[in-house]
Design a protein around this ligand. Sequence first.
Ligand code: SAM
Length: 272
Amino acid sequence: MTDGLDGVRDHYRATGLVARLKTALAVFGPDDQRLAPQQLAALDQFHTRGLDATTELAKLAGITAGASVLDVGSGVGGPARFLAATYSCQVIGVDLSEPFVDAARYLTERTGQGKLVSFQTASALALPFDDARFDAVLLQHVAMNISDRPRLYREIRRVLKPGGRFATFDVVVSGGEPHYPVPWAQTPATSFLLTEETTRAAIEAAGFRTVTWKDDTEAAKAWAARLRASGPPPSPNLGVVMGPGFAQFALNLGRNLMEDRLGILTAVFEAA
Ligand SMILES: C[S@@+](CC[C@H](N)C(=O)[O-])C[C@H]1O[C@@H](n2cnc3c(N)ncnc32)[C@H](O)[C@@H]1O
């Protein structure tokens, strides 16, 4: 397929993920013991700088109690659970990967957040929601898997209320071809990186006004250097989700940042 969606689905197929999570989470106690969302942070925040990045992005997005929030490409649901726990907002996550959606539902059951947080399997390019449904939309480390950026940002604009916020935290290409594999792609065939400037142009063209524009590459480099020195956090970590190859993915991400091949961008927009 030319849009790469099948290849992206394959990358995040995660066979038997719920069973692996059940086994890995036994370190926290029996199955029927409720978990705090922050206990899962090493395995459910699937992006550079983990929970710190989600915390900062949520603040910039201006989310308030009772707000209706959509997390596009919600992974195993860590950001959605964090938002609901912190702001008492209603969060729906959508993701292309059915195993990730199953895992997100399982983890949400374990944290007892089912009243505020739910997940659906869907593509970001065809969001299953009415126009003007959400107060805020988050997109964290997802756009680099999507070739049709104009359609992605148009879909996000469509489901946002006028004046609603779109907060994105993503990887951009800055100087040369990255080393692969990386956490989102084995090869360039499923990696669709843009520069900072082309990302901004695509988002504004979809009907957004820029509110915050921040180059977070230096913070990401510091995080990667700390990780290289300390090694991965103790299990359960993202290795449970992505398998034993995850250590190599993370090393290459760090190397690409250090060599200024990739950059990290935080940006918030208002729906015009
Ligand atoms: C690196 S993970 C980030 C997950 C989550 N946003 C987080 O930060 O924890 C990328 C996620 O984007 C999802 N994804 C990629 N392309 C997508 C698409 N076209 N529609 C919906 N989800 C997509 C993947 O399935 C995966 O869960």
